[in-house]
Design a protein around this ligand. Structure first.
Ligand code: ADP
Ligand code: MG
Length: 398
């Protein structure tokens, strides 16, 4: 039991739905206790365990029960049936509005919140500067929280969370608010918490972040667990479910935002079976793609990016660098092509790739995939660092 952070056993959350608001009153007053409602299962007989140190991303379409689950685990809601156990100090960043007293100032809320989290006044005193520095909202800390923008609100909430020693951190979509710099700061502190052995459960629609930072993903659908496992697999399954496309062995579904101008129909490797491609350091890695024009488009420059699974962006190469452009296309036309990483010098590890098509002058992005195509690199020799760079060694003066 000691290495378990969360244990959920057969939890259900049932809401009573009334077709007409008056029915609620009729039901309350009915002498024979006639039922006017329908039972709605926001969560249905949910069971799972999370081990200490796991970083679990929770995905699922709107209304699938994600917030309900997180609120139950933080004690904001009680389950209708079932039970759960959490171990250690639980910190939560729930939806906006939860947790702060709007009439108190930022500073007062820091003390108020941290006390609720079980911190002593001395502990909060010693961390106040770090919290204020992280929040970076200046003089606003002396204003009532009700005057804050949602961005400022999240900054303050996350600053408290980042500076308290949590055993279990629960975050509900809070990070989608705020600018990139702040998001990065939050990610950094999530990673620090992770490195200190904290367990993290977070809901996010940002599938690229989730695949990079989590080591497990749980997919909720209509209040039930539809998938649980490797985040890259789960995110791909979830994404294909959401977009209604089918994963095929060659050129699996390509997650991407719609531009209306062009679309990557396929983005894949020359690889014989359905398994995740595994290359040796030094081997050529050939990415293949097919791009479909949804409107007539000018000639294109293609760009390929490779990220390490922890999110580090390692390679960004453009076809224009070697003077190569892809032909103009008419509406509906399909163009196939490839990019070869020649004698790759990646260190052993797990990677994700993305591809994009730009206009020649880089002003228009015709199509751009998410950081989504997984592959691995392995070597037969021990290797350190991010690259296994070809080297020349010698004796004597250069
Ligand atoms: N107080 C409530 N009364 C009735 N239904 C509710 C209530 N709160 C949430 N629900 C319903 O429960 C379902 C799950 O909601 P929620 O957990 O917020 O989903 P998610 O966070 O995945 O979008 C939704 O269908 C929502 O409409
Ligand atoms: Mg929600």
């Amino acid at each position: 039991m000691t290495d378990i952070a969360i244990k959920v056993t057969n939890i259900s959350k049932v809401y009573h739905l009334y077709d007409d608001p008056v029915d609620r009153l009729k039901e309350a007053l009915h002498p024979m206790r006639k039922k006017y409602h329908r039972d709605f299962y926001a969560l249905s007989d949910l069971s799972f365990e999370v081990n200490k140190g796991e970083i679990v991303g929770v995905v699922g379409k709107n209304g699938s029960g994600k917030s309900t689950l997180l609120k139950i685990l933080t004690g904001v809601l009680t389950p209708t049936k079932g039970s759960f156990v959490t171990n250690g100090r639980v910190l939560a960043l729930l939806e906006l509005g939860a947790g702060f007293n709007p009439d108190l100032t930022g500073i007062e809320n820091i003390y108020f919140n941290a006390t609720l989290l079980g911190a002593t006044k001395e502990e909060i005193d010693s961390k106040l500067n770090a919290i204020l520095e992280f929040a970076d909202i200046g003089e606003f800390v002396h204003q009532a929280v009700k005057t804050y923008s949602s961005g400022m609100y999240v900054r303050l909430a996350f600053a408290i969370v980042a500076n308290m020693d949590a055993d279990l951190l629960i975050v509900d979509e809070a990070l989608s608010v705020g600018d990139v710099a702040f998001r990065n700061k939050c990610m950094k502190s999530i990673k620090q918490l992770r490195d200190h052995g904290a367990t993290i459960l977070f809901v996010s629609h940002d599938l690229s972040t989730l695949q990079m930072i989590c080591n497990r993903a749980i997919w909720l659908d209509r209040g039930e667990v539809k998938g649980d496992g490797d985040p890259v697999n789960i995110c791909q399954d979830y994404h294909s479910y959401m977009t209604g496309e089918i994963l095929t062995s060659k050129g699996s579904l390509v997650p991407q935002q719609t531009t209306g101008m062009a679309k990557f129909e396929k983005f894949y490797f020359d690889w014989n079976d359905d398994k995740k491609p595994m290359y040796k350091t030094g081997q050529d890695i050939r990415f293949r793609f097919s791009l479909k024009a949804l409107k007539p488009i000018e000639k294109q420059m293609l760009g390929i990016s490779v990220y390490r699974s922890d999110g580090d962006w390692l390679i960004g190469e453009a076809s224009s660098k070697v003077g190569f452009f892809f032909s103009p296309m008419s509406e509906g036309e399909l163009q196939e092509g490839f990019c070869e990483l020649v004698e790759n010098c990646l260190a052993p590890g797990d990677y994700l790739a993305a591809i994009a098509a730009w206009s020649e002058d880089l002003s228009i992005c015709y199509a751009c995939t998410e950081v989504s195509l997984p592959f691995s690199v392995r070597t037969d020799f021990p290797s350190w660092g991010k690259f296994a760079h070809p080297c020349r060694w010698g004796l004597g003066k250069a």
